[in-house]
Design a protein around this ligand. Structure first.
Ligand code: GAL
Length: 438
């Protein structure tokens, strides 16, 4: 198999570098202190917030957070690092943390919280959590992700559903195609679009975007139980088995309908292709909805949202959250606590999620004014929660450690970009790669 460079592998290497550097630094003089730690107290409460919300819709959502803090006289120092999925943001965060100068807050999520918690960088949010009763407010599937060794180290902002297919209905109609609800009907629609000289699927160039497509195909083929066996339990028989071979087969079939990129292309550029009538469909989480709205299109009407083909009623989750780095001055600590508390107020949850395309993490938020895609997402989340069929997103780092995630990224993206692909070999390769990354 062609072992080309991929962001996934880079990501796990860079984490290893952090660990090694952190170990070495234990024997070196203390790193440079931040202004506040050096005794120069900031004059007002302020948070420096690292995030990767730089697309149009994402920026609107980040501004809701900034505005809510500024209303409480907390300054906002924007530390935005472009790049959907947060790959670049994580690299920058690691170098700031290793040099002893981490920001006060960072967008961190999924298994990354465990890894940062283990390194000892994160501050406990237990006091705020007790006062605001997070254990009662949050669905258990979410509170468990926010805790490291039983203590809250992050506050959840939203629930994104990842298994969506976005559709430009005018292009579908032009090609005489209908909205697909199964992999079979998807391929029929995609073929009609291709025949009509319309790009069936827009897909950006990042490995995580390819894995977003892969995980939706995997959920359609495997169903929630076997998806979990493969990607959460990391069961080798499941990873190398006949069903996984079929996942790769269907994934391979998808490639014929994608204009595979050789140049860098963001997920938001792919969303713009739907808005501009340059492509008919996009597999993407519902942060794309924030983008469609920001580009003047009403999600659910001008751009349709349907579950990724074959995943009707199912829910792949991605939970955004903020973690706070240890700082010693009182003003920074107070600002961090206010930010954590604010994020879980009903008012913030409503305003932020309306802009972001996601749904609130609290179930008591007034959903009036949320569009049909969000209402469908909220209903599907509740149903899957009751049935214990929620599945975590692989591409978003919710299913496994960054090491296992990197191994999956490598196999999936190598397969996607190779000319000659054998689904049997790919499934075997997946099982082997995951086993060695555990
Ligand atoms: C995800 C993040 C989302 C979304 C997306 C694209 O990692 O959880 O909130 O914005 O990246 O940037």
């Amino acid at each position: 198999m062609n072992m080309s460079f991929s962001a996934g592998r880079y990501r796990s290497l860079s984490l290893a570098v952090v660990l090694i550097t952190a170990a070495i630094s234990a024997f070196l003089p203390a790193p440079a202190m931040s202004a506040s730690d050096a005794g120069q107290q900031p004059e007002q409460q302020e948070v420096e917030v690292l995030h990767w919300w730089t697309a149009k819709g994402e920026m609107k959502a980040a501004q809701v957070l900034q505005g809510s803090l500024e209303q409480q006289s907390i300054g906002w120092k924007n530390f935005a690092i472009a790049g959907g999925g947060g790959e670049s943001a994580m690299t920058v965060l690691k170098s700031r943390a290793v040099s002893g100068n981490p920001p006060s807050a960072a967008q961190l999520k999924g298994y990354d919280l465990q890894e940062w918690g283990m390194l000892g960088f994160l501050t406990s949010l237990d006091e705020v959590a007790d006062a605001q009763r997070w254990d009662q407010l949050l669905p258990p599937v979410i509170s468990q992700i926010m805790k490291y060794q039983g203590h809250y180290v992050a506050v959840p902002v939203n629930i994104h559903r990842v298994n969506w297919l976005w559709i430009n209905p005018a292009l579908l109609e032009k090609a005489g195609a209908t909205v697909p609800d199964s992999l079979e009907s998807f391929f029929v629609a995609a073929e009609k679009l291709k025949q009509a000289n319309i790009v069936p699927v827009a897909l950006g160039s990042d490995p995580w975007q390819e894995v977003t497509l892969f995980e939706s195909v995997a959920l359609a083929v495997l169903g929630p139980q076997d998806y979990r066996r493969a990607f959460v339990d990391l069961d080798s028989d499941m990873l190398a088995g006949e069903q996984m071979v079929d996942v790769f087969r269907q994934f391979e079939h998808m490639r014929q309908y994608i204009d595979v990129k050789t140049k860098a292309m963001e997920w938001s550029d792919a969303s713009a292709m739907l808005v501009e009538g340059k492509a008919a469909m996009q597999f993407m989480g519902d942060w794309a909805k924030g983008e469609f709205s920001a580009l003047g299109k009403t999600p659910g009407k001008e751009i349709l949202c349907v579950p990724a083909p074959g995943t009707q009623g199912l829910f792949t989750y991605n939970i955004d959250s903020f973690a706070f780095f240890k700082h010693s001055d009182d003003l920074s600590i107070q600002a961090q606590e206010t930010m954590a508390h604010t994020i879980l107020t009903p008012d913030f949850q409503r305003k932020f999620n309306l802009a972001k395309g996601s749904i609130p993490v609290r179930t008591d938020v007034d959903m009036t004014g949320f569009d049909s895609c969000s209402l469908a997402s909220a209903a599907a989340f509740q149903l899957n929660q009751q049935n214990n069929t929620l599945v975590p997103s692989i591409s978003q780092g919710l299913a496994s450690t960054s090491y296992v995630q990197a191994a999956i990224f490598d196999v999936v993206t190598d397969f996607f970009h190779s000319k000659q692909t054998d689904p049997v070999k790919a499934a075997n390769q997946l099982a082997r790669a995951v086993k060695s990354a555990r």
